[in-house]
Write a protein that binds this ligand. Sequence first.
Ligand code: KIV
Ligand code: NA
Length: 265
Amino acid sequence: MKKVTTSVLLKMKQERQKITVLTAYDASFAKLFDEAGIDAMLIGDSLGMVLQGEDSTLPVSVDDIAYHTRAVRNGTSRALVVADMPFMSYATPEQTYPNAAKLMAAGANMVKLEGGEWLLESIEGLVKRGIPVCGHLGLTPQSVNVIGGFKVQGRDQEKAQKMISEAQQLERAGIQMLVLECVPTNLAASITEAVSIPVIGIGAGNKTDGQVLVMHDMFGISANYMPKFSKNYLAQTGDIRKAVSAFIDEVQSGAFPDESHSFAD
Ligand code: KIV
Ligand code: NA
């Protein structure tokens, strides 16, 4: 079984093969997702909401993510393992390096950071030190208090332009993957074309290079509310493994997300 690496994901983008990603937090689900053929797994700070029952991702610690990253690593043989850096764990480059190192030591292949321009120095520093980085633009839930709620981002022309240029800046700084959350389909398509790295969407339409969902939303079992862009694959299949395969099939064929799970301009 060929391991999924950053170069495999890059090639998938170039060959227009869709990339499938789910969040995972433990070894049993990681193994099930890995066996189904999921390309990457994200230990998201969404665990604050779906595992810990908090109403935002802010209370999550680096140790929380490291603990779950170790568990996911132990259940994974093929997929790329990406760990979220939690709120304020990368406020400065000096704070970023030891915290990212902890997540890599716990078994991550890549770390994910939320934000644009202000992160360029940290991203360059991480990549130079051997740590691959995934960016995250659009709705960045760690900034929910600044944004003023979980809302679609980039709807006005100026903010859309800024997001495109930030994606390009992040790419120049060295990110090897980008998550776009809650942005209109056309903007996500423009960003996907504007960069050469794989772009993974969530609530960003079906023109991106791949899709990610929070596993609890994909199974329809989240403690909190279910976002509009998510789809309950367990309801339609009645079986956990079939649900994962249906998600993979629909992402690969471009059937998911359809318009009812996307945002128009
Ligand atoms: O924390 C998370 O699960 C995420 C995904 C929604 C991309 O960041
Ligand atoms: Na996250």
